[in-house]
Design a protein. Sequence first.
Length: 156
Amino acid sequence: MDAGQTIRTLATKLGLNDTAFDADGRLTIELGRGAVIHAARLDDHTVEWSVPLPDVDFADPAMMRVMLEANCLGAGTGAGRLAVDGDLAAYFCERWVVRGMDEKETERRFDEMAAVAAYWLGDGADLLMERAQASRHNGRDHVPPPADEDMLVMRA
């Protein structure tokens, strides 16, 4: 399967008409209840999915820390990750290498991704906000000391 076939498979599953990547390799799918998924064709066999998380306030170290904690070993993000873009918008993202995937696998992975994205659009966003606020209140977020030779720590 290639990126175009992946989108056509999902268009059929979701009942969408004329769904294809634009000239820039981008596509937006509206799932209802304000949920939007963006797809970007990185190459013929790689699709990057991103779901905007409009309720996540991320513009401080506390929020960035809890987002990174959620990403650690896929805890709460599954095969995806929480991220921010250059405009400082928060997203749930997942990258697919679609070579070798069939229609069933494509549909299954999309269902899983949509379920995880729905969590981050609702309860997950609330949890991030609560944990970041608690971190701010406890003063856990401070500027780290300047790096020097003694700061190097490696784990195997």
